[in-house]
Write a new protein. Sequence first.
Lengths: 205, 205, 205, 205
Amino acid sequence: MEKIPSEIQLQKETIRIETFSDGVFCIAVTLLSIEIGVELHGDVTDKILTHALLAKWPIYLAYVISFVNVLLAWIGHHSLFKMLHKSDNSILITNGLLLMLVALVPFPTKTLGEFLLTDGFKTAVIFYTGYFVLISIAFRLLWYAATGKAGILMTGITEKQIKQTTRNENIGLICNAIIFAVAFGNPWLALALSFAMWVYWLVFA
Amino acid sequence: MEKIPSEIQLQKETIRIETFSDGVFCIAVTLLSIEIGVELHGDVTDKILTHALLAKWPIYLAYVISFVNVLLAWIGHHSLFKMLHKSDNSILITNGLLLMLVALVPFPTKTLGEFLLTDGFKTAVIFYTGYFVLISIAFRLLWYAATGKAGILMTGITEKQIKQTTRNENIGLICNAIIFAVAFGNPWLALALSFAMWVYWLVFA
Amino acid sequence: MEKIPSEIQLQKETIRIETFSDGVFCIAVTLLSIEIGVELHGDVTDKILTHALLAKWPIYLAYVISFVNVLLAWIGHHSLFKMLHKSDNSILITNGLLLMLVALVPFPTKTLGEFLLTDGFKTAVIFYTGYFVLISIAFRLLWYAATGKAGILMTGITEKQIKQTTRNENIGLICNAIIFAVAFGNPWLALALSFAMWVYWLVFA
Amino acid sequence: MEKIPSEIQLQKETIRIETFSDGVFCIAVTLLSIEIGVELHGDVTDKILTHALLAKWPIYLAYVISFVNVLLAWIGHHSLFKMLHKSDNSILITNGLLLMLVALVPFPTKTLGEFLLTDGFKTAVIFYTGYFVLISIAFRLLWYAATGKAGILMTGITEKQIKQTTRNENIGLICNAIIFAVAFGNPWLALALSFAMWVYWLVFA
């Protein structure tokens, strides 16, 4: 049990942080479902239950949107960590901030689903889209932490790759900010744009 | 820290997606238990508590059925991923769809358990069995994604193995569709058939 | 990507089942805490909150007992799986049964905590201790499945080790059955015996 | 499948315990978010929803404080386990105690968030800060278990490293005890000190 070479040790630490982060993404995405259910009092008939199940469509919609968003965030997180050679305090703090936001995604999701059909709809969409602006900012800060100092990124990473990732992170942040701004004027358009952005990510990335 | 050979890298990516999927299956199956409990107000005696515990049998039945279903889905998912050499966007999307459905299994389970003894019983069984038709379809799409393009499956996989898996996937989908159809006429028969299908899987697969 | 030697493949399958099982144990143990909380309506003062927090002691006691029980079950599960060379259908089924019970431990725990101070106390203890008899039986069946056929256990395992494990499993089952029987006459004594059993396991195993 | 050399086996056992512990930390931290949500009855307007979301700030504050605390505890736990060569019963028991406390962090967190704006505020802060004194004690006991006997720590660990960790553990315990004591006099100051302690850990550790 001699001293482990520090290079491998550093790499192992980074993998460890990533494994922990993966766990948070995985639990957050599965917890989205936890409060989805139908509650009925009094006599229940097939007709009443069918209506109750169908009436919950905003909850299902919010679930699907958040599931895809968290899954895309996980893929983005993984792409970013694949480039890291080691981690330092700034990585730890910015990644911690990101995880803190990801773990709380069930909250804006629930809010969106519950209030989509009320007159509080605009507020719910603003809250939801604003929340993903925060997540984009946390991603951007993590990438700053990764590129701000020498020796954090793997030596094989080229300038071109760095620029491309920076560009992708910036596009993500700007798109989310635009969607957030649109939500103040037209909440439905904001949700539609959010959906269009997925298609973009899934087809081009 | 030179460039990792892309063959191993591709394999590692696939393992990573599978680990994440395993996490979702594992959490989904454990979350099934989360709302099971007895609530009593006023004076509680041994007799009242015993009756309350026994009266929850539909909830326990739904728990057992879903636990076995998700466990079988996990085994099927694993058999499928064992054949993958690498993953691409179609794998990612179809697998994401499958996970989205698996993570939400607590919802139809809860619905089945809660409304099994009400007049909304048929609707609950239709919803439950229909949900597993969706899961079968997601599995089928994932297998399409795996076999539709060259280079996704491992080179060791023979034509015969592929045909056998396709056959198994189709049988699973057809069985679930039949059970779903039966549920419209005779919900109890549908649940019994669902149970018979497990025995088939556990004995023959 | 040639065919992987079947020996290693078998071993890998067993590790995979164990990892999944570990996940279920880990989530089940952490979910025990999920509904613990104090709810107060109207004006809350320091005195009221202090009393409310202290009055929940049966919930805390149930949490501690279950946490230790699940942790001990995890250690037992791990010792058992360390001896397995490969797994087959009987292992899969008996292990699935065990996990199904472990994942539902929050239910008897909650019941014990909630009704410890009511007149339904005896029923709650009978339910709780009976539940752990079921878990012991599942363990015993898993061990049957491991020893009933040749080739499941690792070749390094001696007859003596097998006998010792069989003896431990039997002692565990008998102890839990005795505690269960005692619960019908004297619930508090049953809980005390349960506690004494831990000390035995922690000191001698 | 010969007997695995006991050295590697011991190391593997330690890794296994750490993986399980990581799971508990990861789930506990993600579960913090589970009950955060806004419930509104009657007509909901944008104004009402906005106010309801903003009024929940103590819940958000409690979430952030606990998330950071659990994350720091995870980092501390990992640093400690990195030094372990093998584990024994004392490690198992003290680590189990620590996990039992970590898994229950959502409870004091919820209590702090819910009663921060009530007259039960002081009790909530005392409970919360006292809870983290317990966690510090569990950490201290784990470290006692690691250093009390020869052969538990890795051979590469120097006396200096041991002393430094002992010092860190002691400082952590004393700080948490002081914060706890302050909470009896000035709860807000206690929360501010708690925050200051993070900055210390994040900058100096």
